[in-house]
Design a protein around this ligand. Structure first.
Ligand code: PTJ
Length: 252
C-alpha cells in the first residue's frame, strides 16, 4: 500500500483509494471515477464506515431477488471493476448472472480492458463489448444507454453499482427490477431502484456473495416472502435517520 502504514487510523480507506488509483493507471477507471469515489467516501464517513442494519436488510433482499430471477445481469463500470473484480465474478457464478460492461464515459478501449481484467479474475464471458449485439435504451442521456441484447436488454433484474443518473428510471420503464449499490441514498439511482444497498461496494459485495451462498442452500419459498415484503422507501428513510442521528450526536 505504498508508504501508508497499516497502523494509520485511515489505513483501510487509503488502501481502497490506492486500489482505485491502480485501476486508473491500468486504464480501467476514468479520472472522474476518482472524484465519484470521493463523493462516496463523504457519505461513508457519515454512515460510520460500516454496514448498517438497513444495508444488511437490503443485501438480504438483493440476494433473494438475484436467486429468484431467471435473467440477472451485473452491470459493471470502471470503479466497480477496479474495486471488486473477484466478487463480481463470484456473484455471477453463484447466481447464474451475466456480466456486462456498461460505462458512463463510453470507450471501446476501456470496455476491452475491463473485460480482460474480469476474465483474469475468472469471468467466462463479459457482455457489452461486441458491436453486433449492441442496442440502445431510449431516454438515457449518456453513454450508459448502450446495452447488450443478450445482457441488460434481456434481463429481468439488473444490479447497478455506483451510479447516479437516469438509467435506473429507464430500466424500470422497461419493466426490469433494479438493485443499486450506492453510498449516496439521495442519488437518482438510489431513489429509483427497487432495492438500494446504501453501503460501500467494498463491504457490500463480499456480503452479498456470502448471503447468496447461504440462501442458495435454503428452499426458495423461505426467502421469497422476505424479498416480496422488502420496502425500499422505508429502508431508505431508516438510513437517513441513521445519518441524521449520527450528525445530531455531534451537536451539543
Ligand atoms: O466507468 P464509468 O465511465 O462508467 O464511470 C464511472 C463513474 C463512477 C465515474 C460514473 O458512473 C459516475 O459518474 O458515477 P456517478 O453518477 O457520479 O455516481 C457514482 C455514485 O456512486 C455516487 O452516488 C457515489 O456516492 C457512489 N459511490 C462512489 N464510490 C462508492 C459509491 N457507492 C458505493 N461504494 C463506493 N465505493
Amino acid at each position: 500500500m505504498g508508504k501508508v502504514s497499516p497502523l494509520h487510523p485511515r489505513a483501510e480507506s487509503l488502501r481502497v483509494r490506492e486500489q482505485l488509483v491502480e485501476g486508473f493507471k491500468a486504464g480501467l477507471v476514468v479520472p472522474e471515477g476518482l472524484a465519484a469515489h470521493g463523493r462516496g467516501e463523504a457519505f461513508d464517513y457519515i454512515l460510520g464506515e460500516r454496514t448498517t442494519e438497513q444495508a444488511r436488510r437490503a443485501i438480504e433482499a438483493a440476494a433473494a431477488m438475484l436467486l429468484l430471477t431467471k435473467h440477472p445481469v451485473i452491470s459493471v463500470n470502471g470503479n466497480a471493476a477496479a474495486l471488486v473484480p473477484a466478487e463480481i465474478v463470484e456473484l455471477a457464478k453463484a447466481t447464474n448472472a451475466k456480466i456486462e460492461a456498461n460505462l458512463f464515459h463510453g470507450s471501446a478501449r476501456r470496455e476491452a480492458a475491463i473485460a480482460k481484467w474480469l476474465r483474469r479474475h475468472g469471468a467466462k464471458e463479459v457482455l457489452g463489448i461486441e458491436r453486433k449485439f449492441s442496442t440502445r435504451i431510449k431516454e438515457v442521456h449518456s453513454d450508459r444507454r448502450k446495452i447488450d441484447r443478450r445482457g441488460i436488454a434481456a434481463a429481468d433484474v439488473v444490479l447497478v453499482p455506483l451510479e447516479d443518473g437516469d438509467r435506473t428510471e429507464a430500466l424500470k420503464r422497461l419493466g426490469k427490477h433494479v438493485i443499486a449499490i450506492d453510498l449516496n441514498p439521495m442519488s437518482r439511482t438510489a431513489q429509483a431502484a427497487d432495492v438500494t444497498v446504501v453501503d460501500n461496494i467494498v463491504r457490500a459485495m463480499p456480503r452479498l456473495v456470502k448471503t447468496v451462498k447461504r440462501l442458495s442452500h435454503q428452499p426458495r419459498a423461505r426467502f421469497r416472502e422476505g424479498a416480496r415484503n422488502f420496502e425500499n422507501r422505508a429502508n431508505l428513510e431508516a438510513t437517513f435517520k441513521v445519518m441524521y442521528e449520527r450528525l445530531k450526536n455531534l451537536v451539543k
